[in-house]
Design a binder for this molecule. Structure first.
Ligand code: CA2
Length: 149
C-alpha cells in the first residue's frame, strides 16, 4: 500500500518558529517518524511539501494510479482552496485531512475547511501525532475497503 503525505504552505518552517502553536519537530523529523511507523505496518510513504497551490493540485492529479490514499495538511489552503478540493473530487482517491493545531479552537476563519467535506475525515489538534493518526486512519479505511471487495 502506498500513501502520499501532502503538506501546504509554510509547513517547511515547522520547528523553527511558533513552537507554542506547531511544536518543536521539523517536517523532516515528522517524515522520518512516519516512515518508521509506516514500515512497521508494511506501508510505503512519500512526503511532499509546497508553498504553491498549483503544485499541490499537480501532485493530487499525479497520485491517480500511483498512490492508494492521501493524507494532507493543506495548511492555509484548508480555508481557501477550491482548486485542491476540485482535484480530490476529480481523482477520487481516499484522503484524510490533518492539522497540527486544533483549528476549531482558533480564529473563526480557521474553523471552516473547504477540503474536509471531500475527505473521509479530519484529524486536528494532536501536534505531530496528527500525522501518525492520519496514517492509521487512511490505512484502516483502505484495508477494510479491500477486505469487503
Ligand atoms: O495546524 C495546522 O496544521 C495548520 O494546517 C497549520 C497552518 C494553518 O494555516 C492552518 O490553519 C492550521 C499554518 C502552517 C504554518 O506553519 C508554520 C510553522 C512554523 C512557523 C510558522 C508557520
Amino acid at each position: 500500500m502506498k500513501i502520499l503525505f501532502l503538506n501546504g504552505p509554510n509547513l517547511n518552517l515547522l520547528g523553527t518558529r511558533e513552537p507554542d502553536k506547531y511544536g518543536k519537530c521539523t517536517l523532516n523529523d515528522i517524515e522520518n517518524y512516519i516512515k518508521k511507523e509506516a514500515a512497521s505496518i508494511n506501508v510505503d510513504v512519500k512526503f511532499f511539501q509546497s508553498n504553491i497551490e498549483g503544485e499541490l493540485v499537480n501532485k493530487i492529479q499525479e497520485a491517480k494510479g500511483n498512490f492508494d490514499g492521501i493524507v494532507i495538511n493543506p495548511a492555509a489552503y484548508t480555508h481557501t482552496s477550491v482548486a485542491i478540493r476540485d482535484a480530490f473530487l476529480a481523482v477520487e482517491i481516499p484522503a484524510v485531512e490533518i492539522h497540527i493545531s486544533n483549528i476549531h479552537t482558533r480564529e473563526d476563519f480557521r474553523k471552516h475547511s473547504l477540503i474536509a467535506p471531500v475527505c473521509i475525515g479530519q484529524i486536528t489538534g494532536f501536534g505531530a501525532e496528527s500525522y501518525k493518526l492520519g496514517l492509521i486512519a487512511i490505512v484502516d479505511f483502505l484495508r477494510k475497503k479491500s477486505e469487503n471487495k
